[in-house]
Design a protein around this ligand. Structure first.
Ligand SMILES: NC(=O)c1ccc[n+]([C@@H]2O[C@H](COP(=O)([O-])OP(=O)(O)OC[C@H]3O[C@@H](n4cnc5c(N)ncnc54)[C@H](OP(=O)(O)O)[C@@H]3O)[C@@H](O)[C@H]2O)c1
Length: 229
């Protein structure tokens, strides 16, 4: 049984991953802003899942630490929350950059810093960052997704660097760059596209990789995609 914190758990892939982790008996703390959805998740997941309404753009750090302290150690942190910025480059303003990098890069980075003492207590922790094929070097690129993709590339690079910096701390860090998964975000990014992978299926893979992936990988940025996009 692992202690697991996962962001973006109110819908889509994060909801499904959190649910499956809780059903596997892990102790899960689910974060995101939409408290109603988190309550619904709790109802489905039962005893082993707790939640906290948490905004990565305006984080209540003390509220998070209050939830983390009784857990003692954190074995897995899944930075899954994402913000889709869809705009041509010339229209992106300062607020847009702030939101995209805030949710996709600065928020997760700060969470890692805040949770460092709890991760170190694990004795074998795993930080799993969820990025996108858009942020994967050399992949196909799509107009209008530059701001989103750049912020996802940033978290992928942080993954490689942090794994190196923390290799003596017994905290591994990996990054999965997802291809198309059928969620509300995909419908917004590519209207009408039918993804080959369901949210439930990807949630299951992420649940498995979060709990076990660090036994096989560290500092890796891995494409997880069977289609383009
Ligand atoms: N679906 C795909 O095809 C695809 C492809 C590549 C990568 N990804 C990545 O996979 C991850 C999950 O994607 P998804 O498709 O499941 O997305 P989604 O359905 O749009 O869910 C995004 C999640 O992020 C949370 N979130 C957004 N802004 C937040 C904020 N300010 N503070 C806290 N939480 C926030 C949302 O919760 P609240 O609104 O409740 O806060 C929600 O739970 C994301 O990182 C996404 O970029 C998805």
């Amino acid at each position: 049984m692992k202690n697991i914190i996962i962001t973006g758990a109110s819908r889509g892939i994060g909801y499904d991953a959190a649910l499956q982790l809780a059903r596997q008996g892990h102790r899960v703390l689910a974060l995101s802003r939409n408290e109603e959805n988190l309550k619904a998740l709790k109802k489905e997941a039962g005893e082993t899942l707790d939640y906290l309404a948490f905004d990565l753009l305006n984080p209540d750090e003390e509220a998070l630490l209050e939830k983390a302290r009784p857990m003692g150690r954190v074995d897995v942190l899944v930075n899954n929350a994402g913000y889709l910025l869809k705009k041509p480059f010339e229209e992106i303003n300062k607020k847009d950059w702030g939101r995209a990098f805030g949710v996709n890069f600065f928020g997760p980075s700060r969470l890692i810093q805040l949770l460092q003492p709890f991760l170190e207590k694990s004795g074998g922790a795993h930080i799993l960052n969820i990025s996108s094929m858009g942020g994967f070097q050399g992949s196909a690129k799509f107009p209008g997704l530059l701001g989103y993709s750049a912020s996802k590339a940033a978290i992928a690079n942080l993954t490689e660097c942090l794994a190196e910096e923390w290799k003596e701390k017994n905290v591994a860090c990996n990054c999965l760059c997802l291809g198309a998964v059928q969620t509300e975000m995909l419908a917004e990014a590519f209207p009408g596209l039918q993804a080959p992978v369901s949210s439930e299926k990807m949630g299951g893979f992420i649940a498995y990789f979060a709990a076990e992936g660090h036994h096989f990988f560290n500092g890796k940025v891995l494409p997880v995609s069977v289609s383009t996009p």
